[in-house]
Write a protein that binds this ligand. Structure first.
Ligand code: A2P
Length: 333
């Protein structure tokens, strides 16, 4: 069965990746509609050797559309996802607009694919750092329930959108030509620097990105008892996030058990070569769908054997956004 697909935010970092992933996976598309702001209307885009024209997103954009992939920010999703659903489409939404809403499935296909069929028109794609962490932690949780996670992230600039990459490149060019480094949308220079994730800080002192990792993991794992604390940091890397993850299990767990479980876990690739000091890195994870896992070791700060340390890297535009959404869409048809 082939379907009519709309991509909302088709000119953005994730939108462009949607198109790449749809083409690579040979998603059965009958008609494709590319939607963005009025600024991009008329722009030509090649998809599978065929030229498409980007259209301005309007309330009439979803006629005859069966699947709408949204990645144009939360306010666009809030305004237009209900319009798409009324027109008969199922929305897979990459924004945070509906993720924590009761009745909206929040899905990582390797973790909770059974939630997909419970949708009422909208399925939410989780936060990128959350997806990348959940893919390797879930199969471990199945064997030995996770009690607590302490995670620190090293997040690439393109996670902020195409503008984040542009801003890093501008600052690199300015540095190379001896010009002053100018910040535009990031709150601080990102070149030769790193800073606490550029999302607002809430009443408990955690930023929004950190709270997404806490709350979304509980919803995806369907386990409100899992304790998660996160520190999210933006680093001057174009693409692919890294995360240092300390996991406390219910029972003792050895690095060998972790390695064995993860070696057959879907969506995971072990990169853990202590001989050459080769572990997960953005240059290895970029443009890949697998989450790379390495530095698998016992947490020596505890004497009960219940702690494991891992270091991971995953392409936040692919598995952290576009690939995850397309995998969800594949299960809808
Ligand atoms: P446009 O390129 O026309 O601005 P990113 O996450 O990489 O910043 O991309 C955001 C995406 O959301 C882009 O495709 C952008 O289109 C789209 N977008 C932003 N504002 C609107 C809007 N008001 N209506 C439709 N699409 C929008």
């Amino acid at each position: 069965m082939s379907v009519n697909v709309a991509v909302v935010g088709a000119t953005g970092a994730v939108g462009e990746e949607f198109l790449r992933v749809l083409a690579e996976r040979n998603f059965p598309i009958r008609n494709l509609r590319l939607l963005a702001s009025a600024r991009s209307a008329g722009k030509k885009v090649i998809f599978k050797d065929q030229e498409y024209t980007v259209e301005e997103l309007t309330k009439d954009s979803f006629k005859d559309i069966q699947i709408a992939l949204f990645s144009a920010g939360g306010s666009i999703s809030k305004e237009y996802a209900p319009v798409a659903v009324s027109a008969g489409a199922v929305v897979v939404d990459n924004s945070s607009a509906f993720r924590m809403k009761e009745g909206v499935p929040l899905v990582v296909p390797e973790v909770n694919p059974e939630q997909i069929r419970r949708h009422n028109g909208v399925i939410a794609n989780p936060n990128c750092s959350t997806i990348i962490m959940n893919v390797p932690v879930w199969p471990l949780h199945q064997v030995n329930p996770v009690r607590r996670i302490i995670v620190s992230t090293y997040q690439a600039v393109s996670g902020a959108g195409a503008w984040g990459l542009y801003e890093l490149e501008q600052q690199q060019r300015a540095f190379a030509s001896g010009q002053p480094i100018r910040k535009e949308k990031f709150p601080h220079p990102i070149f030769n620097n790193l800073f606490s994730h550029n999302s607002p800080i809430g009443p408990q002192g955690y930023n929004e990105e950190e709270m997404k990792m806490v709350k979304e993991t509980r919803k995806i794992f369907n386990d409100p008892r899992i304790m998660v604390t996160a520190t999210c940091v933006r680093v001057p890397i174009p693409r692919a996030h890294c995360e240092s993850v300390n996991i406390e299990f219910s029972r003792p767990m050895t690095p060998e058990q972790v390695r064995q479980i993860l070696s057959r876990a879907p969506g995971v690739k072990i990169v853990d070569d202590t001989q050459t000091n080769t572990f997960p890195m953005p240059i290895l994870a970029s443009h890949q769908d697998d989450v790379l896992v390495g530095r698998i070791r016992q947490d020596i700060s505890r004497d009960d054997g219940r702690g494991i340390e891992i270091f991971i890297s995953g392409d936040q535009i692919r598995k952290g956004a576009a690939t995850n959404a397309v995998q969800i869409a594949e299960k809808l048809i």
